[in-house]
Design a protein around this ligand. Structure first.
Ligand code: ATP
Ligand code: PAU
Length: 388
């Protein structure tokens, strides 16, 4: 594969099931000598600094295929740093930012195979930095999802905080974000994306996550879940606001069925499981939003995968419990918050010669893939500032 870029900076989020990689490529344009870009630098009080125009790219790899990730880094020649390119610290050893458990697990492998050192960045700091960056800098990033419709939300920068960030990875973290770098992890639950994938794998024999998610499209959870109507002779329980089709108890129908696991369709199991976990996360999130008076709940993490049924369940749950007061929002680059945040942290941790220009535009909206998974192969045009 040919050389992808002249200057790259790439942080990793190496965790539980997936490795996320965000990298910057310039396509060889150093704008410090171009008059139009010089004036851009000057207008930001950054006269004299190199400005690199380029793109942020996003990639993910299953952790068990870490060698694919290493080959990718090698084949794209991601090992050049911007400062090396500019001769500022040509002899500097190559250090990459990494967050999550893998930063603790894989340093030797990266050292041995690529000769690079992993510099650990705090996971929560990175999640919040990544989320704030996306919400503030990237247009057409945050959206609501209702009745099968995605509606992009224009974020007013003066009215962004506070919000609740719910990161649904293997486990779930709920973080009250009050400003740049100002946040508190207020809650969490171990019933998250890993639970869906783990239980789903056991119960359906699916070999990969995409297969399990795909199955949920075709399933019918009523075969597995006990509905209010099953308990109340097909009627709503109007007095407490529960319609007959509401789930009274997830998975409870199987108790009275004289059936074994093999008698249930994997697609029905997958759908019930997805509904149970999404509902539960939606409800705990709403309760935490209520606890702190937050109106905006941003859901991220790779569990979501731009999946219509997942987003619908979460959004409907938040709408239902908050009686329309709180709003669930989703992000296009939902799974890359931590990796993006560690990208931003190059600035804080010794690489103080790197800044991402905030007024980025996204590549044309036409890039959106039709299957609703929006977060991959969606590069973001941006500028990186390098001090001399
Ligand atoms: N291809 C995939 N393989 C495995 N899991 C996937 C895949 N795509 C989506 N997922 C889901 O994403 C979850 C992991 O999400 P993510 O990568 O955001 O979190 P993480 O960083 O591994 O977890 P945590 O934050 O709890 O440490 C999995 O548990 C699974 O539900
Ligand atoms: C442990 C982390 C933060 C690792 O990413 C995540 O998996 C998580 O938030 N789990 C939920 C743990 C809990 O709050 O019960």
């Amino acid at each position: 594969m040919g050389k992808e870029a002249d200057a790259t900076f790439f942080p990793l989020k190496v965790k539980g099931s997936l490795i996320k990689l965000v990298y910057f490529s310039t396509n060889g344009v150093d704008s410090s000598s171009s008059s139009s870009n010089e004036s851009l630098a000057a207008s930001n009080g950054d006269r004299g600094r190199h400005v690199l125009e380029g793109k942020l790219h996003f990639a993910k790899f299953e952790t068990e295929k870490i060698n694919d990730c290493i080959d990718f880094i090698r084949s794209k020649q991601l090992l050049l740093t911007g400062s090396q390119q500019h001769g500022a610290s040509g002899s500097a050893k190559c250090v990459i930012k990494a967050t999550g458990g893998g930063a603790y697990k894989f340093p030797d492998l990266f050292k041995e195979k690529l000769g690079i050192s992993l510099d650990k960045a705090d996971e929560m700091d990175c999640l919040v930095a990544g989320s704030n960056f996306l919400l503030k800098a990237v247009q057409r990033e945050a959206f609501t999802y209702m009745d099968g419709q995605r509606e992009f939300v224009k974020i007013d920068h003066d009215d962004l905080y506070p919000y609740l960030l719910v990161n649904i990875g293997s486990g779930v973290s709920m973080i009250k974000v009050d400003g740049p770098g100002k946040f508190e992890r207020v809650s969490g639950t171990s019933v998250g994306g890993g639970t869906f994938w783990g239980l789903g794998k056991l119960l359906t024999k699916c070999k990969n996550f995409d297969e399990l998610l795909e199955l949920s499209h075709q399933g019918n959870n009523r075969v597995i879940d006990m509905l209010v109507g099953d308990i109340y002779g097909g009627m709503d329980y109007t007095k407490i606001g529960l319609i007959s089709t509401a789930i009274a108890s997830s998975f409870s129908k199987v108790i009275s069925d004289d059936k074994e696991l093999k008698d249930y369709k994997p697609e029905d199991i997958s759908r019930s499981l997805l509904r149970m976990i999404s509902n539960n996360i939606g409800q705990i999130s709403y309760l935490n939003a209520l606890r702190f008076g937050l109106k905006r709940i941003i859901f991220a993490g790779f569990f979501i995968r731009g999946h219509a049924y997942t987003m619908d369940t979460i959004a409907v749950g938040v709408h239902f419990w908050s009686k329309g007061e709180a709003k669930a929002m989703f992000l296009k680059h939902e799974g890359f918050l931590g990796a993006l945040g560690s990208f931003m942290s190059y600035e804080k941790h010794g690489f103080d010669d790197l800044k991402v220009h905030q007024s980025v535009q996204q590549s044309p909206a036409g890039d959106d893939p039709p299957n609703g998974e929006l977060n991959e192969n969606q590069s973001i045009d941006c500028s990186v500032y390098l001090s001399q």
